[in-house]
Design a protein around this ligand. Structure first.
Ligand SMILES: NC(=O)c1ccc[n+]([C@@H]2O[C@H](COP(=O)([O-])OP(=O)(O)OC[C@H]3O[C@@H](n4cnc5c(N)ncnc54)[C@H](OP(=O)(O)O)[C@@H]3O)[C@@H](O)[C@H]2O)c1
Length: 335
């Protein structure tokens, strides 16, 4: 009997939060690799806030997933069969295999085995680590002694941004959604302070924790948190617009920043970026980050949920704060 491949198909574009019926779990035969292809078995599926953007037809940086298509997603997989001269059964590769158990790839990036946990290639040494690295250093340009604020500070990107900013000699203040997350980023990741945005007046708390004002804002959230930051920025502040997670589930137009005028008054710079533009420089990131990790200078965290059938529900954790560090779905066992 043919082996079966479970796949999540986008059935309709979610309105607001993702709901049952927006995606459907279907089965089809495991595909057969053609010339130049490999059959890859997914081990980890990356769950990212941008998955919610890809499900929508909002203006975005790559085509949305079409209705009826397998949901797009970053994957770490093991090669089971290869018709590609450079890949062999047992190789570990990263790619965009999607929300399914098996995918056909034309190659992918080969990852070394036995040096770091495989999950690290999907977090600190993967897309979210690179986002933290290039966003902070290229756009934020932090200088020693400056103050850096990071929202979603206990998450995949935020936790790494804060640690790199500390290595650059900055005061680092995080913003996160619970006392436990705040304790974690201060005690385990070495941030100087962290504000629980659910229990504190963020603008007032930023004034207290950033006595010299804010020089760099690494913005992951937007909305009221961005407004509170804008109320506290310094002359020539840099606002690194990485993400706006507070808006991704909105089903009505979202108001712009209330304190927008401060960008003018403080001659600040706001710059958005998308990590895919930095792929040509991944080697530089990999070299620096590997050294930091092996030198014990950067720590990282993953939250792992098991089972492809749990993908939509697990993705929802990103919007309720259910994750700490990188959220991954384990689809099958590591070899
Ligand atoms: N520009 C790029 O190329 C790029 C690449 C990767 C990621 N990103 C962006 O970076 C941001 C972080 O992504 P990530 O993968 O590292 O996710 P993450 O931070 O690991 O997870 C998302 C976190 O956001 C917080 N959050 C969710 N809804 C919120 C709200 N309404 N208000 C405040 N906080 C909220 C939650 O933490 P709390 O418990 O603290 O609320 C949640 O754990 C996202 O905006 C994402 O789109 C951008």
């Amino acid at each position: 009997m043919a082996r079966l491949n479970r796949q999540w198909i986008l059935k309709k574009r979610p309105v607001g939060d993702i709901k049952p019926g927006d995606l459907e779990l279907v089965e089809s035969p495991v595909p057969v690799p053609g010339k130049g292809q490999v059959l890859a078995r997914t081990i980890y599926l990356s769950l990212d806030p941008t998955n919610r953007i890809w499900m929508s037809d909002m203006e975005q940086y790559m085509p949305p997933v079409e209705i009826g298509e397998v949901m797009r997603g970053g994957t770490l997989a093991v090669v089971e069969e290869s018709n590609h001269p450079d890949f062999h059964a047992g190789d570990i590769i990263t790619g965009v295999g999607g929300w399914q158990e098996y995918s056909l790839e034309n190659g992918g990036h080969k990852m070394a085995k036995g040096i770091v946990p495989l999950s690290a290639y999907m977090s600190v040494l993967g897309m979210t680590g690179a986002t933290a690295y290039f966003g902070l250093l290229d756009l934020g340009k932090p200088k020693p002694g400056e103050t850096v604020v990071v929202s979603a500070a206990a998450g995949a990107v935020g936790s790494i941004v804060g640690q790199i900013a500390k290595l650059e000699g900055c005061r680092v203040v995080g913003i996160a959604g619970s006392d436990e997350k705040c304790r974690h980023v201060v005690e385990d990741f070495g941030f100087d302070a962290c504000i629980n945005y659910k229990t504190e007046d963020v603008a007032a708390a930023l004034k207290r924790e950033c006595p010299n004002g804010i020089d760099v804002d690494f913005e992951n959230v937007g909305g009221e948190i961005l407004d509170a930051v804008l109320a506290n920025i310094n002359l020539k502040a840099r606002i690194v617009l990485c993400g706006l997670i507070s808006m991704y589930n909105a089903d009505t137009p979202v108001p712009g920043p209330y304190n927008f005028a401060n960008i003018l008054m403080k001659r600040a710079r706001v710059e958005g970026f998308i990590i895919i533009d930095y792929w040509p420089r991944l080697g530089e990131f990999f070299a620096h980050m590997s050294k930091w990790i092996t030198g014990g200078k950067i720590k990282h965290d993953v939250t792992i949920v098991k089972g492809l059938e749990n993908a939509p529900e697990a993705l929802g954790m990103l919007f309720t704060g259910g994750n700490t560090g990188k959220l991954l779905l384990q689809v099958s066992e590591e070899p």
